[in-house]
Design a protein around this ligand. Structure first.
Ligand code: AMP
Length: 442
């Protein structure tokens, strides 16, 4: 049995202090520096030793809670995990697009592929960025996952590639899962167009990637570390890149990819079109934009706090009953498709195994699993073969699973951004689920 504590006030002033960079605003024209980094771009072979990766990367995530890592709880405020009166999803004003997909002048095959994919009207980010990208502008798109940002940058890029098959688009993503999803979306949008793409991600055999790169690829999609590795081995030649896209740039920074990103971007020709997509704007992102984008147009479609629409509560636990509480919750009928977040790779794996032993269909994704294992776990979860996916924050980034009934924070997230990102997994599609956060009994 679990017991919920008497509720503290629902919203606290402190919450506002976490939302300073979550402003709304539809679009703004930014002139964040008209120059790329000065001086000639060195070729990657002359870069010398690869910069050390790791460290903070300057992502700027505000820490709170402890996630079981012994961090100070000075800013811990349980009320931040509680929202018992979620606003109705309909509260957000519907967006009226100013274009249809036919208006953009995209190749008819591309428009047909969009229709076939069941996408009827442009989402706000698509409505606003497709035209400037087609015009060749550098763009900063501030948009969360789930806004249709992938198609927003893929559709105009595909069109440009059909106009000129010599174009090469390099897409950098924070995780392998996101890279694979982009490639899947690309394939969906380019049937019979004879365009080639190679996914270059770490944690998987590099040989098939090297083999794939021997073809003439129009798209290279990868994580910064592996892309840089392949550049250093001479399999990716950034001299030919005509479009560089950074997807979830803020997450890449959070994950410590700053040096790799800079090294790669410095090697891309100065006149390449550069597109940045990020859920948040931080000083580090602004720095990159200033250094690598040329007179960019900034489009923001950040939604109002999605957390307002998600029912949230805490579960107080005594240490020795924590696992039993979780099992009790997962036994309830409404917990039909649940993501359980844990702090560490090994604890996530252990928790998943314990759940299986307790008779719950569960699997885990974390960085210690092979790429194949992660994909299998994700597929099992998406198809309903398993009820519970236990995940680390990093492994869960960018994954798209519809109709997640609940997100359970078994371990506390490290930052409020991580919390919002986690619970946003229930906010996909029209159905909103609930988020429960385990907090120690006072
Ligand atoms: P993304 O923000 O790129 O992660 O997109 C999330 C999901 O929205 C993907 O499954 C897309 O297929 C879907 N999608 C993309 N554009 C649209 C659109 N204009 N209308 C409806 N769904 C879309």
């Amino acid at each position: 049995m679990y017991q919920l504590p008497p509720m503290p006030p629902q919203r606290t002033p402190q919450r506002g202090s976490f939302s300073s960079n979550r402003s709304g605003g539809r679009s703004s024209h930014g002139h964040a520096g008209g120059h790329r980094s000065s001086g000639p771009r060195p070729s990657y072979s002359s870069q010398g030793a690869r910069p050390h990766r790791g460290g903070s990367g300057g992502g700027g995530g505000r820490r709170f809670g402890g996630g079981g890592r012994g961090k100070s709880r000075s800013t811990f405020d349980v009320a931040m995990y509680i929202n018992k009166n979620p606003v109705l999803v309909e509260a957000e004003a519907p967006y009226t697009p100013t274009h249809s997909f036919k208006d953009f002048g995209l190749w008819p095959e591309v428009v047909r592929a969009v229709e076939k994919a069941g996408i009827t009207t442009p989402s706000p980010i698509q409505d606003q960025v497709i035209k400037p990208i087609l015009e060749g502008r550098d763009v900063v798109g501030l948009a969360q996952t789930g806004t249709g940002k992938t198609a927003a940058f893929l559709l105009p890029t595909i069109h440009q590639t059909l106009e000129n098959r010599e174009r090469v688009t390099l897409i950098l993503t924070p995780t392998r899962e996101l890279a694979i999803q982009i490639e899947q979306e690309l394939r969906k949008l380019t049937p019979h167009m004879k365009l080639f793409a190679t996914v270059c991600v770490g944690g998987t055999n590099i040989r098939p990637q090297i083999a794939g790169l021997k073809r003439k690829n129009q798209f290279i999609i990868g994580t910064p570390g592996r892309v840089l590795d392949l550049m250093e081995r001479g399999h990716i030649n950034t001299r030919f890149v005509t479009t560089a896209i950074l997807d979830e740039a803020d997450r890449m920074l959070d994950m410590g990819f700053i040096h790799d990103m800079k090294t790669i971007l410095k090697d891309v020709p100065k006149d390449a079109q550069t597109l940045f997509f990020s859920a948040t704007m931080s000083p580090s992102i602004e720095g990159l934009v200033k250094d690598f984008l040329n007179d960019p147009l900034t489009i923001s479609v950040r939604k109002k706090e999605i957390t307002n629409a998600i029912s949230q509560d805490v579960v107080r636990y005594e240490h020795h009953h924590k696992f039993d509480l979780l099992v009790t919750l997962l036994g309830k009928a409404e917990f039909s498709r649940v993501i359980v977040f844990g702090a560490m790779k090994h604890s996530v794996e252990k928790l998943s195994q314990e759940l299986v032993r307790a008779g719950i269909k569960a699997d885990a994704i974390h960085g210690n699993k092979s790429h194949g294992q992660r994909q299998r776990a994700l597929t099992s979860f998406k198809t309903g073969k398993v009820q519970v996916l236990v995940a680390t924050d990093v492994a869960a980034r960018g994954i798209h699973v519809d109709d997640v009934s609940h997100v359970i924070n078994y371990d506390l997230p490290n930052t409020y951004e991580d919390y919002v990102h986690r619970i946003g997994r229930t906010g996909r599609g029209s159905k909103r689920g609930g988020a429960l956060t385990f907090v120690p009994a006072a």
